[in-house]
Write a protein that binds this ligand. Structure first.
Ligand SMILES: *Cc1c(COP(=O)(O)O)cnc(C)c1O
Length: 417
């Protein structure tokens, strides 16, 4: 099940969209398969990956973690060293380059926490495309640093005021825009979900992560026991796993958000626990956290990137078949993993990626010491300073913010005088 059959992964996937979106989706599917077989396109993509994104990203042997955890050899794929700080740029660059070749001048994207919007804004700046990012008004307010970065890259951030004014409303707004402007515009979806062909396309653009790991392990004689990635929508995990899906080994482990506990509204656990159900939302069939009426349930996670009620259809199918093992990681264990890898290896994990780190810490002893556990560090943690600081040093952080406000207000007084 390394790719879909007519857009389906077992029973999940498909293309459940309004009639107006069929043509742009079909056109995209056709262009995607044509350009992925085009030597010039692939050569151009490779050059951008090398010179702009900074690929290949390092596969780092973590000696202290290996020694302390006392089992498998721990390796970390440092995807967070990619330009813009996370794996999302792999997909954004791939789709934006494809859109440019299709003759589109305008890119739209949805974003929740702002990471996908940021990657898309950067890719558009690099490729000379016009960029509009739809973002729920609530998220715009909460995620000002990313909004500021998107604007620096020249993108227009469009606050969405419908519904709950968060991610799912931003997706709906982006779909509406695309349906109205299919000839000029491409919609860059941010994870391995949504209607076909997005799940296949996003996986292919992210599979560069897994392919680099495979080649490097072969070259360095590393025997892989398990691969561990965090899973929100599923783009970094499916890209990391993709070259290994059709093989029996290694173990593939996806860490989802366990939040503060197992209760409804306390986590974003779609594949562990028993709260999720089969459903159709935003153009695809998968497993979702839904209430009796089929409405999305509230979710919770310390990591914005994993805080989502659905999961990509391919991962849902791989989870149900047992090829991918799912585990839920609590907020507090993710925070502990952030500290552990920062102190012992000098590597600062994003909170999302720290879920993978925490899951690896748990299973390291189950894997023999001549085998590797490879963690995908999907992003680096600099972006999380507003979340980790109030936890690790609340008093100092509050004083810092107060003094910053005081400084800004004093500046204003000077200018007004
Ligand atoms: C967005 C994000 C994720 C979650 O998205 P996936 O599609 O599941 O990969 C994970 N890690 C980081 C750093 C992110 O920014």
């Amino acid at each position: 099940m390394a790719h879909s059959t007519d857009g389906f992964f077992d029973i999940y996937g498909g293309k459940y969209v309004a009639e107006v979106l069929r043509r742009p989706l079909d056109e995209l599917e056709e262009a995607f398969s044509r350009f992925m077989a085009d030597k010039d396109f692939l050569a151009e993509l490779d050059t951008i990956r090398r010179d702009y994104i900074g690929r290949p990203t390092p596969l780092y042997f973590a000696p202290a973690a290996t020694r302390i955890l006392g089992g498998a050899q721990i390796y970390i794929k440092l995807e967070g060293l990619a330009n813009t700080g996370a794996h999302k740029i792999n997909n954004a660059i791939g789709q934006c380059l494809l859109a440019k070749k299709m003759g589109k001048k305008r890119i739209i994207a949805e974003t929740g926490a702002g990471q996908h919007g940021l990657a898309t804004a950067a890719a558009c700046a690099k490729l000379g495309l016009d960029c509009t990012v739809y973002m729920g008004e609530v998220d715009v307010r909460r995620q000002q640093p990313n909004v500021a970065a998107m604007e620096l890259y020249g993108a227009k951030v469009h606050p969405v005021t419908s519904g709950s004014r968060t991610l799912k409303d931003a997706v709906n707004e982006a779909m509406r825009d695309w349906a109205a402007n299919p000839d000029t515009t491409h919609y860059v979806l941010g994870s391995a979900l949504g209607p076909a062909p997005f799940p296949d396309m996003v996986r292919e653009f992210q599979s560069v992560i897994g392919k680099e790991v495979k080649a490097e392990c072969e070259a360095r004689g590393i025997k892989i026991g398990a691969m561990v990635a965090c899973c929100g929508g599923g783009s970094n995990s499916i890209g990391f796993f993709s070259p290994f899906i059709d093989e029996k080994q290694p173990r593939l482990i996806a860490a989802e958000a366990g939040g503060i506990g197992p209760g409804i509204g306390e986590n974003a656990s779609r594949m562990t626990g028993n709260a999720s159900r089969e459903g159709i939302m935003q153009g695809y069939k998968s497993r979702f956290l839904l209430d009796e009426d089929g409405q999305a349930l509230p979710t919770r996670s310390i990591s914005a990137g994993l805080d989502y009620c659905g999961i990509g259809p391919q991962l849902a199918a791989l989870g149900m078949s047992g090829r991918v093992e799912f585990t839920a990681v609590l907020d507090k264990d993710a925070l502990e993993a952030v500290s552990f890898f920062a102190r012992n290896e000098g590597i600062l994990f994003a909170l999302e990626s720290a879920h993978a780190g925490a899951a690896a810490m748990k299973i390291a002893r189950e894997i023999p010491s001549d085998q590797a556990v490879i963690i995908n560090m999907s992003g680096r943690g600099d972006k999380d300073v507003f979340i980790t600081s109030p936890v690790f040093r609340p008093k100092e952080w509050k004083e810092f913010l107060k003094s910053e406000i005081a400084r800004l207000e004093a500046d204003e007084d000077v200018h007004e005088a």
